[in-house]
Design a protein around this ligand. Structure first.
Ligand SMILES: [Fe+2]
Length: 290
């Protein structure tokens, strides 16, 4: 079930090496790769909050972190950094291990207008690697363009209909716990520098399958819309369409937030070793850049 797709291979093969380099040089390498691929893996980046922010400022305005209700702990090394780390659930580790759920592919601030340009994550600690594959908290990336191109080949008629509908119907949904200016664009929206018809922006919320029911009255032909959305969500959740590979400490992944979704496989949060509860130390710093 190794989802070693083409994108994962490209990211590793064409990574930018940050070891012992000044920030401007890392920025130049990253810029060149973003121009080519819209996504870039940087390896050997210093795990220092100020250096990370200095780097990101070259790509736009890092947005303030907001804390969310989650079993992942949010305490911030910097006001714009979202520290993603498993939080120990005292007393819950009754069995051998506790497995926290994965995160479906989604966009950063999917509800917001204007759309943030980039999403970035820097790995501080990769966490437990001896867990079964798919339970190591592996990061996941989906290229919408690649997915749409493959789906158009796989089921031409269904895909064309669903793609057209999701590109046409404006929708507005809210964040679960933040108040920001809301987008009213369709789920798939045009990009000014599109390369071809499938090079569109996508804003996907992780729980949109449930959330959409709450706004059904605002969506014409809701049944058909829901079918299109289900088709698209199921496809984006298929592992064969996802780039997924182990991230090391100092790995920084920056991606075009219009063109790529990010997510995570399941993660073992706690386990018992020699009668003691141990907590997974996996940690990454994510930042959204406008
Ligand atoms: Fe996210």
């Amino acid at each position: 079930m190794t989802a070693d797709n083409e994108l994962a291979r490209v990211l590793r093969d064409e990574h930018v090496d940050a070891q012992d380099k000044p920030v401007p040089e890392i920025v130049a390498g990253t810029r060149a790769q973003l121009a080519r691929r819209r996504i870039c893996l940087v390896r050997g980046f210093p795990v220092v909050a100020d250096t990370y922010m200095e780097f990101l400022h070259h790509f736009g305005e890092p947005l303030a972190n907001y804390s969310s209700r989650s079993d992942l702990e949010k305490d911030d090394p910097h006001p714009q950094i979202n520290r993603v780390k498993y939080k120990s659930k005292q007393g819950t580790a009754k069995s051998v291990h506790y497995v926290a759920g994965g995160l479906r592919p989604h966009s950063a601030r999917s509800w917001a207008a204007p759309r943030p340009a980039y999403f970035s994550m820097l790995f501080v600690e990769p966490g437990w690697r001896d867990a079964p594959e798919g339970e190591r908290g592996e990061s996941v990336v989906v290229s919408w363009h690649d997915l749409f191109t493959k789906l158009a080949e796989r089921d031409p008629e269904d895909f064309a209909e669903h793609f057209a509908r999701l590109s046409k119907v404006p929708i507005t949904f809210e964040a679960n716990n933040v108040r920001e200016k809301l987008s009213d664009s369709p789920l798939f929206y045009p990009l000014p520098d599109a390369r071809d018809p499938y090079d569109v922006g996508v804003r996907l919320k992780q729980d949109l399958r449930d959330k959409i029911v709450g706004i059904k009255d605002s969506i014409p032909e809701f049944g058909a819309y829901q079918k299109a959305l289900d088709y698209f969500l199921d496809a984006s959740d298929e592992e064969r369409y996802q780039a997924c590979f182990p991230m090391e400490a100092g790995d920084l992944l920056i991606l075009d937030n219009n063109r790529f979704a990010h997510g995570r496989r399941k993660i073992i949060g706690e386990r018992i070793v020699d009668g003691e509860v141990r907590t997974n130390h996996r940690e990454l710093w994510s930042v959204t850049v406008a």
